[in-house]
Design a protein around this ligand. Structure first.
Ligand SMILES: NC(=O)c1ccc[n+]([C@@H]2O[C@H](COP(=O)([O-])OP(=O)(O)OC[C@H]3O[C@@H](n4cnc5c(N)ncnc54)[C@H](O)[C@@H]3O)[C@@H](O)[C@H]2O)c1
Length: 266
């Protein structure tokens, strides 16, 4: 179970938080780590509601703000983050997990509409969310007691932003974009006391990787060549995210932390 020894006080926002994937594990991990103001969003309102209930099971005192919407929609992203700030009057942690993966497809077989939708969610959605979160973190607020920083953003990229695999060019490129956007925002906002990092998961057991038989088949070689030869769990990724959010990571800036069972070293 993901949690931290040090408490994460303040307010957090998590995108892609519905269901049983990485975002939901992060949202629950924040609740276990003592965070009592948690805003969650996802395109799926049913699974988002399930995450809300799971958070309240962990700690009924948590103020949970949930609002479903499309992360690729600028109006939704901006209004959601405005609502978060008006409810909590601050933003200390932001974790951008919303993302999609298409079934294996080589470039000449990929319709432009699929390419655009994938990038609208993975790259544009993370960019829109980061922009709204940076705006909120830059607003005047009382720093948390003992804190040296205004906020911490963690974007979920992928091992496939660092290395490539067959029939996933658009996905790999969308995740490489997130890694370098993370570095650039880390440079631009360090002087404001905001840390920006990303986590690059390997193959993790979530609905994204386990729902389609075609996907399970396509990912098997990636699991087999990673030294640890297994899928990771959403909680193993959430633990890395919570660490990067925390004051224990106070000198880590613009980093892409791989959580991949050794895949990218092989
Ligand atoms: N599972 C893996 O092996 C793996 C590996 C590397 C990176 N990732 C990344 O981790 C993140 C989380 O993925 P996951 O594995 O937990 O999969 P998941 O499918 O369980 O979670 C993704 C969530 O994003 C939501 N989402 C999809 N489109 C959206 C949209 N337009 N607006 C808002 N929300 C939307 C989905 O409803 C879902 O709840 C993704 O960015 C994914 O690319 C996953």
């Amino acid at each position: 179970m993901a949690s931290l020894v040090r408490h994460l006080r303040g307010a957090a926002v998590v995108t892609g938080a519905g269901g049983t994937g990485i975002g939901a594990a992060v949202a629950k991990g924040l609740a276990r780590s003592g965070c009592t103001k948690i805003a969650i969003t996802d395109i799926n309102s049913d699974t988002l509601n399930q995450t809300k209930m799971a958070i309240l099971d962990i700690n009924p005192e948590v103020q949970v703000f949930n609002h479903a919407g499309d992360i690729a929609d600028e109006k939704f992203v901006d209004s959601f983050h405005e609502e978060v700030f008006s409810k909590f009057s601050r933003l200390d942690y932001a974790v951008n997990c919303a993302g999609v993966l298409t079934n294996p497809v080589k470039a000449v077989d990929m319709p432009t509409e699929s390419f655009d939708r994938l990038n609208d969610i993975n790259y544009r959605g993370t960019w829109l969310s980061s922009r709204a979160q940076l705006r909120n973190m830059l607003r005047p607020k009382t720093l948390l007691v003992g804190a040296k920083e205004r906020g911490s953003i963690v974007n979920i990229a992928s091992q496939l932003g660092i290395v490539a695999r067959p029939a996933a060019a658009a996905y790999c490129a969308s995740k490489a974009a997130i890694i370098n956007m993370t570095r650039s925002n880390a440079i631009d906002y360090a002087e404001d006391g905001i840390r920006v990092n990303c986590v690059c998961p390997g193959v993790i057991e979530t609905p994204m990787t386990t729902t389609s038989p075609e996907m399970v088949k396509a990912l098997k070689p990636a699991i087999d060549i990673a030294p640890m030869r297994r899928m990771g769990t959403p909680d193993e990724v959430a633990d890395a995210v919570l660490f990067l959010c925390s004051p224990q990571a106070s000198f880590i800036q613009g980093h892409a932390l791989v959580v991949d069972g050794g895949y990218t070293i092989n």
